[in-house]
Write a protein that binds this ligand. Structure first.
Ligand code: RP5
Length: 162
């Protein structure tokens, strides 16, 4: 008998289909730790109502952490934090001629009370958003906490004895 797929715990939203390759890196990190995620395209500028609806219904769908990634005038993560009380992690993407600095500033400087935990630009940020989501989930998941500990030990061994 086929086992039912576990419900997604992490929701990843990106501003454009053109962001997919970078954000699939976050998906891969989560998959490596056995955590299901949903990955969707919603734009704060082009589909504002659909983006708001995705955030508003996230908790009811079983999601615990949201990751929002966009480039340029990147308002997506802030918009998600406006419409959901789940923790929102923002990933600025380097898709405009300004190389991601624009997206970083658009994502990071939220007014107090509407937090976005902003990660680094691009691939590093995407992967670290996933690792930070895992740490948040591990607060209430001892098995996941053990997998993260084992990963940290592997990283340390690779540095000390390459
Ligand atoms: C942002 O504009 C998206 O997140 C993407 O990084 C960038 C370019 O989008 P497309 O013009 O490729 O759809 O909103």
């Amino acid at each position: 008998m086929k086992r039912a797929k576990a419900a997604a715990l992490v929701g990843i939203v990106m501003g454009s289909e053109s962001d997919r390759a970078v954000m699939e890196e976050a998906l891969r990190v989560l998959a490596d730790f056995g955590v299901e995620a949903e990955l969707v395209v919603r734009s704060a500028h082009r589909t504002p109502e659909a983006a708001a609806e995705w955030a508003r219904t996230a908790r009811a769908r079983g999601l615990s952490v949201l990751i929002a990634a966009a480039g340029g005038a990147a308002h997506l993560a802030g918009a998600m934090a406006a419409h959901s009380r789940l923790p929102v992690l923002g990933v600025p993407l380097a898709s405009s001629p300004l190389g991601g600095f624009d997206a970083l500033l658009s994502t990071v400087q939220m007014p107090p009370g509407v937090p976005v935990g902003t990660l680094g630009v691009g691939s590093w940020g995407a992967r670290n958003a996933a690792f930070l989501a895992l740490r948040i989930l591990a607060l209430s998941d001892a098995a996941l906490a053990r997998r993260l500990e084992a990963h940290a030990e592997r990283q340390a061994r690779a540095v000390l004895a390459p």
